[in-house]
Structures are given as C-alpha cells and as structure tokens.
Ligand binder design. Structure first.
Ligand code: UDP
Length: 351
C-alpha cells in the first residue's frame, strides 16, 4: 500500500487535484489523504470545486488564510508537519506554486518524506512574483519533478538538475486531463450569456497591487467591451481593490467567481480569453480559443511561440490594438501539453 498526502489550498490546485484524485481512485493499493490548508476558503473559491468536481472530502482542514505571506507559510509549515508526523505517508504530493506548495514541500523534506511536485520546472524569470520564488524553492527540494512541458524540462536542465539527486519526468499537464474530463459536464452559469463574448479574469498581485497597471487594464477592457461584451468573474482580491477605487468598469459584466463547470461552459463558447491567470492561458488552448495575457512574461512560452497567446502587459494601447488587429493562430491541432494523460503518467511513476 502506498500512502500519499496531497496538499492543496487554492483554486487552481483543487482543479489539478480533482483530475489526479480521479485516477488515484482506480488503484486499490494507493491511499490518498487530502490536506486543505485553507488558503482559499470562500464557498465559490473552494467548496464549489469539491462538490462539482467530486474531489474527496479533505481529511484535514487547516483553516489558514487571510495572512501575509510569512505568517501564512509559517503556520502552514507547522500544521502540515503535525499531520505528516501523525500520518507517516510515503509521498507528499504538491501542485503548482502557492504558499501551500512550498509549505508542504518543506515540511515533508525536513521529515525525510518523499516529495512529488506536479507542475514542476516552470519559470517566469520574474523573482518579484511570489509564485516564482515558491516554484524555484519547491523544485529544488522535490524528489520527483513532474514537468508539464518540454520547456519545463529544459529550464531544469539549465539550472543543473542533471546533477541533482532527483528525477525529472515529463508527465504532460494535469490541467488538460481536467479540461477533457469536465468539459463534458459543463453547466450554464446563472447569468445571461451573450451570443458573442470575451471571457476575462484579473487576479495576479503584480496587476491588482499596482494601481497604474490595474487602471490601464480596466480602461482597456472597458473600451473593448463597447464592441464585444466582456464577462469578468472577479477574484475576491481584485473585487476588494476595485470597490475601494475610482476605476471605471461600467461596460463590463462583472460576476462573482464561478465553479469550474460554469467556467468550462464559458470556455466552450467565448470568442477570446483575456487574463493574467496561469491556468486560463492553457485552458484557452485546450478549448481552442485565442488568448491575450495581461502580463509581461509567462511560464507558458510555447503558447506565445505558436501565436495562440499574445503578451500585452498592462499597456492600454497594446491591449486594444492587439484585440483589434492581431491575427491569432487558429489551428489548435498540436500536442503541447500531453493530451490528457498526465494523471496516468504521474501515478505510474509514483508506483
Ligand atoms: N476559474 C474558475 N472560476 C473562476 C475563475 C477561474 O473555475 O471564476 C478556474 C480557471 O478556469 C482555471 C483556474 O480557475 O482553471 C485558474 O485559477 P487562478 O486563475 O485563480 O490561478 P492561476 O492559474 O493563475 O494560478
């Protein structure tokens, strides 16, 4: 029997864990214990994913949220360690690049428990992003690094991982597994969906915490929305900042965050994605939609290289101009992310 402890705490991790947990359930010699750190805790950022995606109920809920990076990561480290000491798993499984990821990796490593990092090897090369710091440190102490792309493998090679005592494996992207499985279960959101629309999200700290960037992005979206309706399911972080600001958003259809099945409904029907989310950039590709990314760099460089996605930063003129004039590659028939067999690859390796 192999005992795995999965550490999750934020929305994108719930989606990734949903896909892998489904596969784990097919093995009767693997036991999975889920620890929810509590990083995202509101109903529409957490509970809805567990319900809709049928993720097994967390065995532990650490309830750690609403704190600065240091306090949040520190408390997670302490509480995860307690769980690991009690449960004595063979593996700790962590996803992506959040504070829950680094806390899980560090707690496990100090107890000599093996660490498997799903979505390893990604780099934005922007050390001001908290996510970049989390990824680099997590990768360095992981025992198996499951890389979604060739670029991720290359990044690790350049950092000397050939000489580090760990395994790097190209598993493909677990989010594609989720997209393929759940797209059949789409649910219409409880709002009117126009015939033609753009789906947008904004939540990265580099945009929300910089009024000039957030202002420019919202002005551009507000302008574009005069021509094509924009649906913006708004992350609580961004909602709070907009509420306390003078930013104009009157042309945008702002809604509360939705569950993944509603998101999939809109991904299936929208004309374009505009986002600063990591996950959504790939989902644009999985659902064969062009994407504009409102960041200065991205970890998903293969989308840029192949002209499925354009980096527009927080530059109002560039955002509007790209929307009006850019011709995107619309032939989505290439395999960049493994075509949905990442969960199988990951479990075969862990076994
Ligand atoms: N998402 C969702 N509901 C929303 C907005 C996003 O289910 O209201 C999904 C989205 O489709 C993607 C994931 O959440 O799968 C991305 O999460 P987020 O943008 O918070 O994080 P990132 O991917 O940037 O780490």
């Amino acid at each position: 029997m192999i005992k795995i402890i999965t550490i999750i705490g934020a929305r994108p991790q719930f989606i990734k864990a949903a896909a892998l947990s489904r596969e784990i359930a097919n093995y009767n010699n693997i036991e999975e214990i889920i620890v929810h750190t509590g990083q995202h805790f509101d109903a529409n950022m957490s509970d809805i994913f567990f319900e809709q995606m049928e993720i097994p109920k967390p065995h532990y809920n650490l309830n750690i949220n609403g704190l600065g990076h240091g306090a949040m990561t520190g408390q997670m480290l302490e509480k995860i360690e307690e769980v690991l000491v009690k449960e004595k798993p063979d593996w700790v499984l962590i996803y992506g690049d959040t504070n829950s990821t680094i806390a899980g990796a560090l707690a496990a490593k100090k107890l000599h428990i093996k660490v498997a990092h799903v979505e390893a090897g990604l780099r934005s090369f922007n050390m001001e992003m908290p996510e970049e710091v989390n990824r680099i440190l997590t990768d360095r102490i992981s025992d198996i690094l499951f890389c979604p792309t060739d670029t991720a493998i290359e990044n690790l090679k350049k950092e000397g991982y050939d000489n580090i005592d760990c395994q790097t494996i190209k598993s493909g992207d677990i989010m594609q597994d989720a997209a393929i499985f759940y797209s059949k279960k789409e649910q219409k959101p409880n709002i009117e969906i126009p015939e033609e629309f753009i789906l947008a999200t904004i939540h990265r700290a580099e945009n929300t915490d910089d009024p000039s960037r957030l202002g420019a992005i919202l002005e551009a979206l507000n302008e574009i929305a005069k021509q094509t309706p924009i649906i913006l399911p708004l992350h609580p972080r961004t909602a709070k900042i907009i509420q306390n600001s003078e930013f104009k958003t009157q042309n945008l259809k702002i809604i509360e965050p939705v569950g993944y099945l509603e998101m999939v409904y809109m991904l299936n029907r929208c004309k374009l994605i505009m986002t600063d989310s990591g996950g959504l950039q790939k989902e644009a590709f999985f659902f064969a939609k062009p994407c504009m990314t409102m960041r200065d760099e991205t970890e998903w460089v293969e989308l840029i290289k192949n002209n499925y996605n354009v980096l527009v930063g927080a530059d109002k003129g560039k955002i509007i101009d790209t929307f009006k004039n850019h011709i995107f590659n619309l032939d989505f028939n290439i395999n960049l992310y493994g075509n949905g067999i990442a969960a199988k690859n990951i479990l075969n390796s862990l076994k």
